[in-house]
Design a protein around this ligand. Structure first.
Ligand code: G3D
Length: 179
C-alpha cells in the first residue's frame, strides 16, 4: 500500500525535489531564486527560511535552498547535500579571476558521495554585462565535458531580467521527470 501510494504521488507530481543553489558570493544566487518565483514558476508558499523557497513548475515541485557563497560558508555546503537531486551552480560571468576557484569548488562538490545522483545546472549569469564570458567559455573553463558521472547543462542567463531562467526550469523539470 505504501509503495503504491508513493508511486501514485510520483505520477501526480506531488513529490518535492530538493535543489541547492551554490556559487561564490555575489554570483547572483539570491537574485535567481527570487526570479524563479516571479517568472515561469508559481510561488506556492514562503517556506522555512528567507533563502529556502518552494517553487512549482507545471505541477513539478522543487524545494530550492540558496546556500551562502562566502568562503566561511562554503565549508558548510556539504551539510545540505543529502537527498539533493539538482545542484544549480551560479557563475558571475564577468568574474574571470575567480573562475578557477569555482571550478575547484564544483569538482570537489561532485566528488561527494551524497551528490552522486545529482544533476548539475550551471547558470552563466550576468550576461547583460559588458565583457561577460559566454556559456561556452565558462563550460570550457569549468571543464564540464570531463563530468561523466552526472547529467549536466550550462545555461546563459541574466537574473535581473530573468532571461534564460524559464529554459533552466524546463531543464530541471525534464531531469527530475526522467529519473
Ligand atoms: P549572491 O546571492 O550570489 O551573493 P546576489 O548574489 O543575488 O546577492 O547578487 C549580487 C549582486 O549582483 C547584486 O547587486 C545583484 O543585483 C547583482 N546581479 C545578480 N544577477 C545579475 C545579473 O544578471 N546582471 C547584473 N548586472 N547584476 C546582477 P547589488 O548591487 O545589489 O550588490
Amino acid at each position: 500500500m505504501g509503495i503504491l501510494f508513493a508511486k501514485l504521488m510520483t505520477v501526480f507530481g506531488d513529490r518535492e525535489h530538493k535543489v541547492i543553489i551554490v556559487g561564490l558570493d555575489n554570483a547572483g544566487k539570491t537574485t535567481i531564486l527570487y526570479q524563479f518565483l516571479t517568472k515561469e514558476a508559481v510561488h506556492t508558499s514562503p517556506t522555512i527560511g528567507s533563502n529556502v523557497e518552494e517553487i512549482s513548475v507545471r505541477k513539478t515541485r522543487f524545494l530550492v535552498w540558496d546556500i551562502g557563497g562566502q568562503e566561511s560558508l562554503r565549508a558548510s555546503w556539504s551539510s545540505y547535500y543529502c537527498n539533493t537531486e539538482i545542484v544549480i551552480l551560479v557563475v558571475d560571468s564577468t568574474d574571470r579571476e575567480r573562475l578557477t576557484l569555482t571550478k575547484e569548488e564544483l569538482h570537489r562538490m561532485l566528488a561527494h558521495e551524497e551528490l552522486q545522483n545529482a544533476a548539475v545546472l550551471v547558470l552563466a549569469n550576468k550576461q547583460d554585462m559588458k565583457g561577460s564570458m559566454t556559456a561556452a567559455e565558462i563550460s570550457q573553463c569549468l571543464t564540464l565535458s570531463s563530468i561523466t558521472g552526472h547529467s549536466w547543462h550550462v545555461q546563459a542567463c541574466c537574473a535581473l531580467t530573468g532571461e534564460g531562467l524559464p529554459a533552466s526550469l524546463d531543464w530541471m523539470r525534464s531531469r527530475v521527470l526522467a529519473s
